[in-house]
Design a binder for this molecule. Structure first.
Ligand code: PMP
Length: 458
């Protein structure tokens, strides 16, 4: 059965009859019908009408090597023929997760040498939560189990991911979060800095909120702090340079583990393998997924630092946790081939030295001056555009989110896929973008801003 035998309308009807989409208002979807993406190549996706759209989001922050990579399809095909599946429970393993673990230990910060696999970022964060609590129990301190996170953080959609995350709408449907998780302010200067407060001082104040939470709970009860180096789904919120060094200092001072969620920032997006390296952070765990396979296969890897890993080995005792697909041989084969492409094509260096700086300059010079833009910011190939009604006061348009959705809809109609989160436009393109691709994107975004402004000021 191939989908080509069905018309777009037929596929939309079947979709409406049988398919519940993630993060979707289904009443709304039934009215509008879904957008059908049928193929993709390089930086472009194509819908069922053949319309070409430049993908400013790399799918969902994941397709770092771009679309149409036959090497990845071949890696999967060869592995499926040889050994499509076997597990890594009960003292077994298969070759590809072994080799991938070695590769990940090579590219991760020096003190990180062990890997635990899952199929999604959410699963990896579930593992991380359980692992840090298990660590403190092994150390004879089971009461040290509170995890500090941040408002508006995104750590996935499972019960553990939602509990760790700080999205109030998600939490409101949880009906009971995992206990002992507390949330503090985010390092979001655009909205939270006091008038006249420098970026540096704001970063220190946002880090101090973590120290305050540790002291309130009692350091002897706090297991870890978890954070995205740059908050992604929350709106590409880039902390001031003062923030992470201060967070690191505070965690060390109170012997609190530092967990980084690099599901978005991992594998080149910030111009290094991991944001930990771009920002000089030394975490105890790094959660990764998405670009580990560039989205060609579902796979996540929790990178585990030596401190936790040695406790597992030295103290022993089973860690009662794992998934059928932990270390899936096909997903790991695709990850190995994907990391090889990233290395062979110098994509990380390109982001660091060329396209990252060019992207930032293009946003600053050609987008920030727009009358409905309050701020642009970027780090590597991750960017945000704040939509405002009034540049000076930074007042937003009425009905939160409406303005950004207007920009997004005009952008998509003009062949540019980007995402709206609240009143922030976000961008996270494939790392294969060149200066020319960036120019094309900027041109299309500028046009969408003009058209949205015309509608919004009516
Ligand atoms: N952590 C972060 C920082 C994410 O951005 C995401 C997904 N957007 C996740 C975790 C969850 O990953 P998944 O959707 O693969 O479960």
């Amino acid at each position: 059965m191939t989908y080509q035998n069905f018309s777009l309308n037929q596929l939309q009807d079947i979709d409406a009859a049988h398919h519940l989409h993630p993060f979707t208002d289904h009443k709304d979807l039934r009215g509008a019908g879904s957008r059908m993406i049928t193929r993709a190549d390089g930086p472009f996706i194509y819908d069922s009408e053949g319309k070409q759209i430049l993908d400013g989001m790399a799918g969902l922050w994941c397709v770092n090597v771009g679309y149409g990579r036959h090497e990845l399809a071949e890696a999967a095909y060869e592995q499926m023929k040889e050994l499509p599946y076997y597990n890594s429970f009960f003292r077994c393993t298969t070759p590809t997760p072994v080799l991938l673990s070695k590769k990940l230990a090579e590219v991760a910060p020096a003190h990180i040498n062990q890997v635990f696999y899952g199929s999604s970022g959410s699963e990896a964060n579930d593992t991380a939560l359980r692992l840090v609590r298990h660590y403190w129990a092994l150390e004879g301190k089971p009461e040290k189990n509170i995890i500090i996170s941040r408002h508006n953080a995104y750590h996935g959609s499972t019960v553990a991911g939602t509990s760790l995350g700080g999205m109030s709408a998600m939490q409101s449907q949880l009906g009971g979060a995992v206990p002992n998780i507390v949330h503090v302010m985010m390092p979001y200067a655009f909205e939270l800095a006091e008038p006249g407060e420098s970026d540096h001082d704001f970063g220190i104040r946002a880090a101090k909120a973590i120290e305050d939470a540790i002291l309130e709970a009692g350091p002897e009860n706090v297991a870890a702090f978890i954070g995205e180096p740059i908050m992604g789904a929350g709106g590409v919120k880039i902390p001031p340079a003062s923030y992470w060094p201060e967070v690191q200092r505070i965690c060390r001072k109170y012997d609190v583990l530092l967990m980084l969620d690099e599901v978005i920032t991992g594998y080149g997006r910030t111009g290094a393998w991991f944001a930990a390296q771009s920002m000089g952070i030394e975490p105890d765990t790094i959660t990764t997924a998405k670009a580990l396979t560039s989205g060609y296969q579902p796979l996540s890897a929790l990178l585990v630092g030596d401190r936790i890993a040695s406790a597992l080995v030295e103290k022993g005792g089973e860690f009662f946790h794992g998934y059928t697909y932990s270390g899936h041989p096909v997903a790991c084969a695709v990850a190995l081939a994907n990391l090889e492409i990233i290395e062979k094509e110098g994509l990380i260096e390109r982001v660091r030295d060329e396209t990252g700086p060019y992207f930032n300059k293009a946003l600053k010079e050609r987008i920030e001056g727009h009358p409905i833009v309050g701020e642009v910011r970027s780090f590597g190939l991750m960017g945000a555009i704040e939509i405002v009604k009034d540049k000076e006061s930074r007042a937003r348009f009425p009905d939160e989110g409406t303005a950004a959705v207007a920009v997004r809809d005009h952008a998509i109609a003009n062949g540019m896929m980007l995402r709206a989160t609240g009143d922030t436009m976000i961008l996270s393109p494939p790392l294969i973008w060149t200066r020319e691709t960036i120019d094309l994107a900027i041109e299309r975004i500028a046009k969408a801003l003009d058209l949205a402004e015309r509608d919004l000021r009516k």
